[in-house]
Write a protein that binds this ligand. Structure first.
Ligand SMILES: N[C@@H](CCC(=O)N[C@@H](CS)C(=O)NCC(=O)O)C(=O)O
Length: 207
């Protein structure tokens, strides 16, 4: 059976949500962030050398990186669902959004989180970090515009990857009406709620 190595308050929420959308049976191995330093416990390094979550195990394979896991699950267990037709324009938009989530959009949000911990020592970086966050949120806002989903007319893996970014943005999302509505709509999906029930309470740190 599929096994998800799940850290509380983390990107592995994406994987649980996706598995619930797919209706695929899975087992969760729970890990808890430390306190006061909210890092992953060392046991995760026994599953994958980086010691990060999510990690997926399926049929003898161990896969890290949420984007790779999302693509793997949709390609091997999706039965054609949750992705556009291979080779179509929508398919390449789907691939682009999936990579964009971790490759571009998360970086300034993580910088805000880390530099925020430095207080005044990081003041010189703040305008650049804030403007890059705004740049990315405005880009996603335009991407959604009149659509219900980031690609096509139905949920895809791109939505699974991007919702976490919008959650990590916290209150910074408020000026973006499409993104605000979209975030609420995705979080109201029954599969998303089942994933929260199984994965445990979920609250992200954001600055
Ligand atoms: N790009 C990776 C990021 C993985 C990652 O950094 N996961 C975080 C949780 S959101 C983690 O495990 N943090 C705990 C730590 O660094 O100790 C992905 O998308 O899976």
């Amino acid at each position: 059976m599929i096994k998800v190595h799940h850290l509380n308050n983390s990107r592995s929420q994406r994987v649980l949500w996706l598995l619930e959308e797919l209706g695929e049976p899975y087992e969760i191995v729970h890990y808890k962030r430390g306190n006061p330093v909210p890092l992953a416990p060392p046991e995760l390094k026994q599953v994958h050398p980086l010691g990060k979550s999510p990690v997926l195990q399926d049929g003898g394979k161990t896969i890290a990186e949420s984007g790779a896991i999302v693509e793997y699950l949709i390609d091997t267990h999706g039965k054609g669902r949750l992705k556009p037709k291979a080779g179509s324009d929508d398919y390449w938009r789907y691939v682009e959004w999936i990579h964009y989530a971790e490759g571009s959009a998360m970086l300034p949000l993580l910088l805000a989180l880390y530099t925020g911990m430095l207080g005044d020592a990081a003041a010189a970086l703040k305008p650049r970090v804030d403007s890059e966050i705004a740049n990315n949120l405005a880009y996603m806002e335009r991407g959604l515009n009149v659509r219900d989903f980031f690609v096509g007319k139905d949920l895809t893996g791109a939505d699974i990857q991007l919702l976490f970014v919008l959650e990590a943005a916290g209150a910074r999302l408020e000026p973006y009406a499409h993104l605000m509505r979209y975030r609420a709509r995705m979080q109201a999906r029954p599969a998303y709620k089942r994933a929260i029930d199984k994965g445990g309470p979920y609250a992200l740190m954001s600055r």
